[in-house]
Design a protein around this ligand. Structure first.
Ligand code: HEM
Length: 417
């Protein structure tokens, strides 16, 4: 196997002839027929992934021309076998949308890009630095809601909270959180636009980069306790990064911190509102909100699937995969594998092994922000339910989570007393 330094160019994508594609359609009839639309729907997505896991756990997903992997064992194999399945690829969606950062590099390159951010995001550091900040920001967003009796929670609560916390943690002074929110909506939609038409992200990315560069310059002159500041002032040369590398990493850190955290705040709230008895238990014993967030991460994975590329001709579950082919290990399907989670379609905040979910990924690229994401969701959901009395879903505006690449309630209308 070549090392990353020997291979400075990303792996080329395989090109398939029409005969091979036709044979795959015959060999994998479910994957050959399944549509993105089905996978995106709430009920239809769960059903489609269940059927695939049972009958074609590695399938040729013809609409997107990628291998879709749905059993937990095989998903773990793909995201854990770093020699065979890599992220640094010519046609990587991730790289095309968000650039060259820790999640688009493998091996030593990846380690070097990730290392300076790790210490600030360890459990102890996160609890110490962010518990009060998150609580205060959550309370500040709930305060004006208390004057009303209805709201849409993505735009008034979950999204502004996720953006503000991530901005403060990184050290960005967001003059206009609306601008950042819009940029990340564009990135999220482009990461799921499998047609590969990416030209309209260029101005969005340029504006966001401009904002990040300005903040780096400010922090360089006035160091503070932020994550960017800790990278700029790193003591050892290996941990020091160029401004360009910092900007690219901040783009992906912000993406993780905004899209997925917004999703898990909404999905946990939606799951509890759909299970009033479990909500009552959590309100009586707030420690149970921790289990509720873990179980919601399992039940409605905010990141539906990740992206990997075969670094060599290989096999997965007995199926031959060619070098340069794309794979989608489905975290959503792995999290509902009955071999790992008995009665997987039931939401149960007492589930003993909910913490073993795969929603944060596995292996070298497992989520660097998982402690921050967990803490934000636990505090945000607990504050919301304890402060808005008799919170309930608006029956006239359904908000079930949807999406294949990213899954969450797109809007969540609620009422309270
Ligand atoms: C509940 C919230 C979150 C979920 C469900 C989530 C999910 C994930 C997943 C599944 C991966 C692995 C991707 C892959 O293997 O291809 C990942 C990686 C990553 N996440 Fe998160 N994430 C969350 C919160 C956060 C937060 C708060 C941050 C930033 C502080 C963040 C930053 C990142 C970064 C930078 C990576 C790439 C790590 C690497 O390549 O080494 N995430 N996340």
């Amino acid at each position: 196997m070549e090392t990353q330094t020997d291979r400075p160019v990303p792996i080329e994508s395989a090109t398939l002839d029409t005969d091979t594609i036709a044979q795959r359609r015959l060999r994998f009839p479910i994957g050959g027929a399944i549509t993105l639309e089905e996978l995106e729907g709430y009920e239809s997505g769960i059903l489609a992934q269940r059927v695939l896991r049972e009958r074609e756990p590695v399938t040729w997903f013809d609409e997107v021309q990628a291998w879709l992997v749905t059993s937990r064992r095989l998903v773990d194999e793909v995201v854990g076998a770093h020699e065979r399945f890599i992220v640094y690829a010519e046609r990587s969606f991730n790289r095309a949308v968000l650039g060259d950062h820790m999640l688009s590099r493998d091996g030593d390159d990846h380690h070097r890009l990730r290392a300076p951010y790790d210490p600030s995001l360890r459990l102890r550091a996160v609890r110490e630095h962010y518990t009060d900040l998150i609580s205060d920001l959550a309370d500040g967003l709930i305060a004006p809601l208390r004057y009303g009796q209805a709201a849409e929670l993505r735009s008034t609560y979950a999204n502004p909270l996720a953006i503000t916390v991530s901005g403060r943690a990184l050290g960005l002074a967001f003059e206009d959180i609306g601008e950042v929110s819009e940029a990340y909506d564009v990135f999220a939609s482009k990461l799921c636009d499998y047609s590969g038409v990416l030209r309209d992200i260029v101005p969005t990315r340029a504006a966001l980069d401009d904002l990040i560069y300005r903040n780096i310059e400010r922090i360089r002159h006035q160091p503070d306790s932020s994550i960017i500041s800790s990278v700029l002032t790193a003591e050892t040369p290996e941990l020091r990064h160029s401004d360009e590398q910092i900007v690219a990493n901040v783009r992906i850190l912000l993406f993780g911190a905004i899209e997925t955290v917004t999703s898990i705040i909404l999905s946990t709230s939606w799951a509890l509102l759909s299970h009033p008895r479990q909500l009552a238990e959590a309100l009586a014993d707030p420690g149970l909100f921790v289990g509720a967030v873990n179980e919601a991460l399992r039940w409605i994975s905010p990141v539906g699937h990740t992206e990997r590329w075969a670094a060599m001709d290989t096999q997965l579950g007995g199926i031959p995969i060619r070098r340069g082919e794309m794979l989608f290990p489905s975290l959503a399907a792995a999290n509902r594998d009955p071999e790992f989670f008995p009665d997987p379609d039931t939401f149960n905040i007492h589930r003993a092994n909910a913490r073993n979910h795969a929603a944060f990924g596995r292996g070298e690229h497992h989520c660097i922000g998982l402690n921050l994401g967990n803490l934000e969701a636990q505090i945000a959901v607990q504050r919301l339910f304890s402060q808005l009395t008799n919170l309930r879903l608006d029956p006239d505006r359904p908000s079930a989570p949807t999406g294949f690449g990213f899954r969450s309630p797109r809007q969540m209308h609620v009422r309270w007393e």
